[in-house]
Structure formats: structure tokens, C-alpha cells
Design a binder for this molecule. Structure first.
Ligand code: AMP
Ligand code: MG
Length: 326
């Protein structure tokens, strides 16, 4: 296991008899902050950070030794994958169908082209092999067609947050707040019984600016937006969330999509997929399912919040208007 750049080391405090530990890492290409309270806080934190580091070894698209890169190199043959790999791929394949293609784990080759930070030609884009029908997963046996490149960038942090939740429960941690980049998991509220306050990023501001705050005791809050990663060419902004149908950055009328729910993998998948769908289809999707809550930030600066979360959300950004989705 290679732990990547531990930015700030463990801070162990005794608050009454509750031990608190707070750590920060750079893992899975993002800054992660873990705050845990409980007798077992130190052990739980270690298990948690070890688990996330191990998952990075599975899902990293850039580490030449990762399981993902190894599997992609073997495209065209049949391979055995780990339980974690199979479990996340299975969820992603199901999501591809469920989102009518808005979410696609086979976009790897297209993502690589856009990651060069220059606009690829239509020919380069059309040459990429994409499509979940070229992937067959049975248990942990995987068969992909030649040229298929898997990428879990839109779901792996959510999967890691589900694994983190399990570790907190196994270790009897009563209160914790974990931030895996744009993926937050709130566990048991604050030690004083109040909910955790989780900021919602202002897409018009810098990384430290919020447009609002959500009070949450237990659950996942996962955000995707066009501000996270992008490059500019000829005065146009090319962000990192792609519409699989046209293989270019999604021309969404949304700037940001936040999913609040009880499952990290699903939240991560949906935050990306509903961003791609755009406002109308995202609302339609929510009305059909209603097993999660969402906060959408539209390009006209309307903040649209589903009814189940509206009383827990406070809008602070002055240039925004608030509406409730029913
Ligand atoms: P997220 O920040 O969770 O929205 O994930 C965005 C990342 O997922 C991008 O940087 C790409 O690596 C990948 N990605 C982009 N568009 C899609 C898509 N439509 N389906 C699946 N993965 C995507
Ligand atoms: Mg996502």
C-alpha cells in the first residue's frame, strides 16, 4: 500500500472521554478529510485510510499497476477481477441501463482524450470503443471486447465512502464526518447531538465558497459540477462530465448536481448521470424514483431542492434563488 501524501497528521484529543481523531490525505486524486469520534477512533481511522488506499490500487486509472489499468490492458480476453472491482462494475453496468446511457463506465478511451486538455477531433472521438454491451461480467469473471477501456472516476469515491461507512460501523464509531473530495459521509451527527453542517459548493466561486449548507446527521452527500475539472480553449470552457451519446462535455443546463441519500455508490453515479441529463430529465428521474434527495444548481442561478431535504437546506449565496421540487 502506498499512502499518498499525508498532508496533516493525526490529531488525537481527549474531549471528555470521547477520543477524536482528524486526518487528511491526498488519495484517489482528491483531498480527503476524516473526523472520527469514539474509543476506537484511532484504530478505525487506520482501517479506514488503509481501505481507501487499497481501493485506490484497484480503481486508479493512472497507476500502471492498478487492477483497473491491468484489466484494461487485457481487454479482449477473459479475466478474473477482485470482489471490489466486480461489485462496482456490476453497479455501474446496472446504472448504464437505468440512466438510459447517461452514465457509462466504458468511456475510458474518450476520457483519456479529453484529459489531454485539448479538444479532440471528431475522428479521434469516433474511433474510441465505447459501450456496455461489449462488457460481460459473471460473478468475478469479466470478458470485454478489444479496445474497451473501463473508467470508474464517476463512482469509485462513492464506493469508497460505502466501504468507509462499514468500517465505522464495525468499529463502533458513533460520530464521524468523512469527506472524500466532493463525496461526504455523515455518521451519527456531532457528538453534542446536533447534525453535521455540510457546505454546497458555489459553482461561480472558488473551492472555499459555498452557496448553501445542508444539515445532515446520517447519510451521503455527493456533488458533481462543471467547476471541478475543466480547461479552456478559444474562450470556451470544456468540463469533465461527458455526455456518452456525443462523447463531448455534457451541454447541460445544470452547473452542479448534489445527491443526498443512503448509498454512496448510487449517490456518486447519480450526481454524474443527472448532471448529464440536465434539469428536466433529472427532475423526471427523481419523480420516478424518490429514494434520494437532490439539490440542482441551474445555469440561471436557480437552486432547486427536492422537498424531503428542503427544510435541512439553507441558501446563503445572494445571487441565487431557491425553489422546491415536489
Ligand atoms: P464525478 O465527479 O463523480 O461527476 O465524475 C466525473 C468523472 O467521471 C470524470 O472526470 C470522468 O473520469 C468520468 N466521467 C465523465 N462523464 C462520465 C459519464 N457520463 N459516465 C461515467 N463516467 C463519466
Ligand atoms: Mg459521480
Amino acid at each position: 500500500m502506498k499512502r499518498v501524501l499525508p498532508l496533516l497528521l493525526a490529531l488525537l484529543l481527549l474531549a471528555g472521554c470521547t477520543k477524536k481523531i482528524e486526518t487528511q490525505y491526498y488519495m484517489m486524486d482528491t483531498v480527503m478529510t476524516f473526523t472520527l469520534y469514539g474509543e476506537n477512533a484511532k484504530e478505525a481511522e487506520r482501517a479506514l485510510s488503509d481501505r481507501v488506499a487499497a481501493l485506490e490500487k484497484v480503481f486508479s486509472p493512472t497507476d500502471a499497476e492498478s487492477e483497473l489499468v491491468t484489466v484494461n490492458r487485457a481487454a479482449g480476453t477473459s479475466v478474473q477481477v477482485s470482489e471490489d472491482f466486480a461489485s462496482l462494475l456490476d453497479a455501474c453496468l446496472a446504472a448504464n441501463t437505468e440512466t438510459e446511457g447517461a452514465f457509462d463506465p466504458t468511456l475510458g478511451a474518450v476520457i483519456d482524450l479529453w484529459n489531454k486538455e485539448t479538444v479532440p477531433s471528431a475522428e479521434e472521438l469516433s474511433q474510441c470503443k465505447v459501450g456496455c454491451d461489449a462488457v460481460r461480467l459473471e460473478g468475478t469473471s469479466l470478458q470485454t471486447e478489444t479496445g474497451i477501456e473501463l473508467n470508474f472516476g464517476a463512482a469509485a469515491k462513492g464506493y469508497a465512502s460505502d466501504c468507509a461507512k462499514e468500517i465505522l460501523e464495525e468499529n463502533g464509531i458513533e460520530h464521524a464526518l468523512l469527506s472524500l473530495g466532493g463525496n461526504v459521509y455523515a455518521h451519527g451527527g456531532k457528538p453534542n447531538g446536533e447534525p453535521w453542517m455540510v457546505g454546497v459548493r458555489d459553482p461561480n466561486g472558488d473551492a472555499s465558497e459555498w452557496l448553501g449548507v445542508v444539515q445532515i446527521k446520517d447519510g451521503f452527500l455527493i456533488a458533481s459540477g462543471d467547476y471541478e475539472r475543466y480547461f479552456e480553449q478559444n474562450g470556451f470552457r470544456y468540463h469533465h462530465i461527458l455526455d456518452p451519446l456525443i462523447r463531448t462535455p455534457a451541454m447541460s443546463d445544470l452547473r452542479e448536481c448534489v445527491i443526498i441519500g443512503e448509498n454512496g455508490t448510487r449517490g456518486d453515479i447519480l450526481s454524474t448521470a443527472l448532471f448529464v441529463m440536465g434539469y428536466d430529465r433529472a427532475v423526471e428521474y427523481w419523480r420516478e424514483h424518490r429514494d434520494f434527495e437532490m439539490i440542482l444548481v441551474r445555469e440561471d442561478n436557480a437552486v432547486l431542492v427536492t422537498e424531503g431535504i428542503s427544510s435541512a437546506f439553507t441558501l446563503t449565496g445572494e445571487e441565487y434563488t431557491l425553489e422546491v421540487i415536489e
